[in-house]
Ligand binder design. Structure first.
Ligand code: ATP
Ligand code: MG
Length: 541
């Protein structure tokens, strides 16, 4: 790398390489628990772990932390792989599971018991919690703490063999019940759980705890830098204690960085799962969700997410990132690459009274600056739709759109003048009758007319109906605390709109609809188009 490393983790890795602390290449891992879908917070960790391995010439494991059989499922395992690959990262043949190491983890636990560093404890979960003490008071020793090694060895083997019911015993590390760090007060290493595991089936009825498992898996895989989020800082002494007390000759450093928080959403699989289970959203891939599956469906591109993660950087300061920054990255990514067409969200019929009933075909570029995107044909005829918002019967001052007696240009087509406003019995405007000027055609305008502005439109006979879904933020406050109270009731609105035929016929999924934003054809519901993002910051106060 020619530039200065951009953050403290990259600086640390560079130093380790220069000091020859590591010589065989950088090894990192992304260790999701398969208990839900990945969200944009995970993307930060994925970009970091895979990113540094790419930059420094190394490798990254995708390791499923599957130690909790009750929460986990194959659906999540498959979704996580799909999402990491979609983000653009390749784990090659380094797809592993904590469960791959269950036998080794068990043998290391036997070692700890043999060294009198762990014991089988018969206290219940409640009793263990109560005897842990508090931040200001030390805990009390378990009555089983001085159980002879041979007895613990035998009980641990019987735990494995299924001789005991759930909760009858646990294996605990023998560290210090008076430690100022609560995680060091004889933490539980193994618990009994008579539950089938999605990979190991019924082979195991004892399962190792995260803190015990994680460090050993890191060491077994030769992870050179174990990068995790700040909440694990207090667990680091335990990470180190386990590796210092078993016979293993590799000890990765654990390095913590801050979690990503994003405004107006929640960022925890547990909370996201509640939204799904309570039917607040339509599923894990609902386009309002901060999940990678939801963002994909909404039309957010992997490169926009990677750029967002690059911009927020990696620090030790917890912060809540502005939604505007994320939307900026999405727009910036789509701006130069997607075609621009026309769609109408809220159609108002326009009749061109001097146009023949035979439609004509106009041609227009797909992007005003990018010729490479090509062009398309746009049908034009006597009946059109414009946006209801683009007409005002009584225009405010300096109005740039259509009003009675005034002229506007129809984008890529002709100038029209509104001659008559037709209303229904309730007084609602149902049609505008207009004149068009044949010599004002875009590109060959010889009319000399000065229209008020330019509006988008579609031809009524050729446009195709679509259900257009518009999204607002999922929560109404930047930092939601209550999943019910803080919900934004208007996070989804659906419109019956029309789009020009070339958009529907195109293989492309992403489009800009001129003046309305970036849209993406839904990959689940046919005939539905999702607005990815509007053209401007929608949340400016
Ligand atoms: P969640 O609360 O969403 O379940 P988690 O940390 O329990 O998050 P894991 O599946 O254990 O989820 O996470 C896998 C990795 O992703 C971990 O290394 C974790 O630190 C990281 N990670 C999770 N959430 C974030 C976030 N908001 N920002 C950065 N990294 C995150
Ligand atoms: Mg978790």
């Amino acid at each position: 790398m020619s530039e200065e490393p951009s953050d403290f983790i990259r600086q640390r890795i560079l130093k380790d390489i220069e000091d020859e602390v590591i010589t065989g290449g950088v090894v990192t891992r992304f260790p999701p628990e398969p208990n839900g879908y990945l969200h944009i917070g995970h993307a930060k960790s994925i970009c970091l772990n895979f990113g540094v391995a790419e930059e420094f010439g190394g490798a990254t494991f995708l390791r499923f932390d599957d130690t909790n059989p009750l929460q986990e499922s194959d659906e999540y395992v498959a979704a996580i792989q799909r999402d990491v690959a979609w983000l653009g990262f390749d784990w090659g043949d380094r797809l592993t599971h904590a469960s791959d190491y269950f036998e080794q983890l068990y043998q290391f636990a036997v070692q700890l018991i043999e060294k009198d560093k762990a014991y089988v404890c018969g206290l219940s979960g409640d009793e263990i919690r109560k005897s842990r003490g508090t931040l200001t008071a030390p805990g009390t020793n378990s009555p089983d703490r001085d159980r002879p090694v041979a007895e613990s060895l035998q009980l641990f083997e019987r735990m494995r063999n299924g001789d005991f019911a759930d909760g009858a015993h646990v294996l605990r590390a023998k560290i210090d019940m008076a430690s100022p760090n609560m995680h060091m007060r004889d933490p539980v290493l193994y618990r009994i759980r008579h539950a089938s595991h999605q990979r190991t089936g019924d082979s195991w009825v004892i399962y190792p705890m995260y803190d015990y498992t994680h460090c050993i898996c890191d060491a077994l895989e030769g992870v050179t830098h174990s990068l995790c989020t700040l909440e694990f800082q207090d667990h680091r002494p335990l990470y180190d204690w386990v590796l210092d007390n078993i016979n293993i000759n590799f000890h990765p450093p654990q390095i913590e960085f801050s979690r990503l928080g994003l405004e107006y959403t929640v960022m925890s699989k547990r909370l996201l799962r509640q939204l799904v289970e309570n039917g607040v959203v339509e599923g894990w891939d609902d386009p309002r969700m901060p999940t990678l599956a939801g963002l994909r469906r909404r039309g957010v591109t992997p490169s926009a997410i990677r750029e967002f993660c690059r911009r927020i950087g990696v620090t030790k300061q917890d912060n809540l990132v502005e939604l505007n920054l994320f939307e900026f990255c999405i727009r910036q990514d789509l701006e130069g690459t997607v075609k621009r067409g026309m769609g109408v969200l809220d159609p108002l019929k326009v009749t061109i009274t001097n146009h023949s009933s035979v439609p004509e075909t106009l041609s227009a570029p797909w992007h005003p600056q990018r010729e490479a995107l090509g062009s398309r044909e746009i049908p034009f005829g006597a009946e059109l739709f414009i946006e209801r918002e683009d007409f005002a019967e009584v225009p405010p001052k300096k109005y740039k759109r259509l009003s009675p007696g005034e002229m506007v240009r129809l984008r890529y087509a002709y100038i029209i003048r509104c001659d008559e406003v037709i209303k229904d019995a309730t007084g609602e405007i149902v049609e505008l009758r207009c004149t068009y000027f044949p010599d004002s055609r875009s590109g060959s305008d010889t009319s000399g007319l000065k229209p008020k502005g330019v509006v988008h439109w579609v031809s009524a006979c050729a446009a195709l109906p679509v259900r257009i879904r518009l999204y607002d933020r999922l929560f109404s406050v930047p930092n939601p605390k209550d999943l019910n109270r803080d919900l934004n009731p208007n996070s989804l609105t659906e419109r019956q709109g029309f789009v020009e035929p070339a958009i529907v016929e195109s293989e492309d999924k992403h489009f800009q609809f001129e003046r309305l934003g970036y849209f993406c054809k839904d990959n689940v519901l046919p005939g539905v188009v999702n607005r990815t993002v509007s053209l401007r910051d929608s949340w400016k106060p």
